[in-house]
Design a protein around this ligand. Structure first.
Ligand code: ADQ
Length: 471
């Protein structure tokens, strides 16, 4: 088995300083980390990334905190200017909005691209320093699309693979990117490219055919191939999943059961609807609130009978656009509550903070309806986590047709166009009225899909596809 080198913008450990010379290192605990860590430990390997703080990285605290990780941890440093232009700039003001079809949010500042390349080269240097010829190198996400190009220039021969966690846009949108050809050619330097859904794969192939005239797409049954300049690379879709058992077990625990019961008791006689999102314009939060406002205006039977618990996790708040965006949400919540609340009923309960895991699970377990309505999303794990935590199997999932998760859950979720507030409003009513029997039938089927197409299977299928490269 080849050693695994995982490369992502952020490491699964965050470094922070609470005071001068007082450093803290906090391990991250997402599904991705819990799926990849066991493989890293078993095969031996290295995780390369940025610890999340600009400027010099003190080696002492980091080495100490990661000594027992079971794999090597290699840090890549960024200056403040690089963080601003590579991370906030090209990654989050160009690629993120464009790849979510939100071209009006893009700032195509030319300097961003230069810094993006410089920083990608730094990641490539770190990989080149730590890899051996037979290593399996797995690069993650949109921050690092130029890494293979930089590695090829350094004559690294190991298998280079890449997974894109966010959507890949259709050609009409991608064509706006000033660096469209350079970026595509850079991606084509990988040996395996993985996308979340067939939609993204299709869009990517369409862009290659339009932009790279010397590339030839060779259709295949599972994986497809692209021939270019005497090389052949593979492309495929690999929908990411969650650690289903850990969510289900957590939600069934006594502590979560107690918290969920308390939550339900606080809203007696109401159906609870849940929204859980990072603060991001791609998540469709204002559109969802507008839909709720229409639903309450038009359907009296919902008044006093439904409550939306909207949790917004602070994210990128230091960017002015995000701050303004938060104010839009604040105003909409204020407007809805101002118009419809009564002495004993508040339609929207809004929390702007992160929740600890049991609290998050208790919310998933307690709410009868989940509103997952991003304008576009690579996958959306919240939708899957909700299904795993639905212990009574009677929850209704209202899901955006533009979330990657819709490809797997479209049969039983209530699919909506998040831009169509009237349709979302009617779907809220439909969910509210849905019989217990129908809810259970649908949720049982969705849970089965989420349980079988879990994150461990995702890792296995990607590594399996990659093993064919060298094998
Ligand atoms: P994200 O855009 O971050 O991920 P998502 O897939 O929904 O979106 O994941 C969010 C994660 O944050 C979930 O695992 C959730 O449990 C956690 N979370 C949400 N609210 C929380 C809260 N209040 N407190 C604590 N934790 C909370 C990107 C892409 C997605 C893709 C993933 C994985 O944008 O489309 O699904 O990567 O590939």
């Amino acid at each position: 088995m080849n050693r695994l080198i995982v490369v992502s913008n952020r490491l699964p450990f965050a470094l922070d300083s609470s005071a001068e010379d007082l450093w803290t290192v906090t391990p991250a605990a997402g599904g991705l980390v819990s799926a990849i860590e066991p493989v890293l430990r078993e095969r031996g390997g290295t995780w390369i990334g940025w610890p999340g703080i600009a400027g010099e990285i003190p080696s002492g605290p980091f080495e100490e905190a990661t000594r027992n990780a079971g794999y090597a941890v290699v840090t890549v440093g960024l200056t403040e200017a690089e963080r601003d232009e590579f991370y906030y700039g090209y990654s989050n003001e160009v690629i993120w909005p464009l790849f979510h079809d939100l071209q009006n949010f893009c700032n195509f500042e030319p300097a961003y691209w230069e810094t993006y390349k410089t920083v990608n080269e730094r990641y490539a240097e770190a990989i080149a320093r730590h890899c051996q010829p037979n290593d399996f190198i797995w690069v993650h996400d949109y921050h690092l699309m130029n890494v293979a190009q930089a590695l090829r220039q350094r004559s690294v021969r190991a298998a280079l693979t890449f997974f894109l966690h966010i959507p890949f846009p259709p050609y009409d949108i991608f064509a706006k990117l000033p660096q469209q050809e350079r970026l595509l050619r850079a991606l084509l330097q990988f040996d395996l490219l993985g996308f979340q859904t067939r939609r993204d794969l299709h869009n990517f192939l369409q862009c290659v055919q339009q932009v790279i005239s010397d590339a030839e797409v060779v259709p295949g049954r599972g994986l497809q191939s692209i021939r270019l300049g005497g090389r052949q690379l593979r492309v495929g879709s690999f929908p990411i999943g969650i650690d289903f058992q850990s969510f289900e077990k957590g939600a069934a625990s006594e502590e979560v059961a107690r918290r969920s019961k308390e939550l339900r008791a606080a809203f007696a006689d109401c159906q609870l609807m849940l929204g859980v999102d990072r603060l991001d314009y791609s998540k469709g939060i204002p559109e969802r609130l507008r839909a709720l406002r229409i639903a309450l205006e038009r359907h009296e039977e919902l008044r006093g009978k439904v409550v939306l618990i909207q949790i917004v996790v602070p994210s990128r708040v230091e960017i002015p656009k995000y701050h303004e965006f938060k104010q839009r949400i604040d105003r909409l919540v204020g407007d809805i509550n101002g118009r419809f609340s009564t002495n004993n009923w508040l339609p929207v309960h809004y929390h702007f903070r992160s929740l600890d895991r049991s609290d998050l699970l208790a919310h998933y377990r307690a709410c009868e309806i989940a509103l997952v309505t991003p304008l576009k999303d690579g996958m959306n794990l919240v939708a899957k986590e909700y299904c795993a935590c639905c212990i009574d199997k009677a929850g209704v999932l209202i899901l955006s047709q533009f979330a990657g998760a819709a490809e797997q859950l479209k049969r039983d979720a209530l699919l909506v166009n998040p831009y169509d507030s009237e349709q979302v409003a009617e779907t809220i009513l439909k969910a509210f009225r849905m019989s217990r029997r129908e809810r259970t039938t649908r949720m049982k089927r969705m849970s089965r899909v989420v349980s079988s197409e879990n994150v461990f299977r995702w890792v296995d299928s990607f590594l399996q596809a990659g093993s064919q490269l060298t094998g």
